[in-house]
Design a protein around this ligand. Structure first.
Ligand code: AMP
Ligand code: ZN
Length: 138
């Protein structure tokens, strides 16, 4: 993808602070960290969403996500790690090249997810939604 910013980072035509790369996967520092030390992990081949990315590729990416999380704990002393991944503009995806955020968390880092739990009207509502998801499994 010639106009994809992450493909340009893979190609080396724009700079990034790279942490790790192999034939399939690249990890680099997020330029706008939620918490300092925030890392992005991407497949080198351009796909946009998790649903468009082959499971074999995702397995390689997740292995690097795990290594980054362990390194943030061992190297930065992170008390916890958030893994975040958005698919589509409706989900807040800004860069349309699949990426996993690996975010080191510290007891007093001041970050709070704006995560407000909703509730189901009754048990039939959750069951109906579960049935629709199960019926669509491929
Ligand atoms: P998302 O909202 O999940 O699409 O996240 C995109 C992420 O890419 C944001 O956290 C940005 O800070 C990050 N980002 C955008 N451009 C760059 C860049 N050139 N180098 C590093 N990180 C970037
Ligand atoms: Zn791309």
């Amino acid at each position: 993808m010639s106009n994809c910013i992450f493909c340009k980072i893979v190609a080396g035509t724009i700079p990034a602070t790279k942490l790790y790369e192999d034939d399939d996967v690249l990890a680099f520092m997020d330029i706008g960290p939620i918490v300092k030390g925030h890392v992005l992990v991407i497949p080198k081949t351009h796909t946009e969403t998790i649903g468009q990315t082959p499971p074999e590729t995702l397995a390689k990416v997740i292995a690097v996500v795990r290594r980054m999380a362990r390194a943030q704990q061992a190297g930065l002393g992170a008390d916890g790690i958030n893994i975040h991944q958005s698919n589509g503009a409706a989900a807040g995806q800004v860069v349309p090249h699949i990426h996993f955020h690996v975010i080191p968390r510290f007891k007093h880092d001041g970050h709070h997810w704006n995560w407000t739990a909703q509730s189901y009207a009754d048990p039939s509502e959750v069951a109906a939604l579960a049935d629709r998801i199960k019926a669509a499994l491929d």
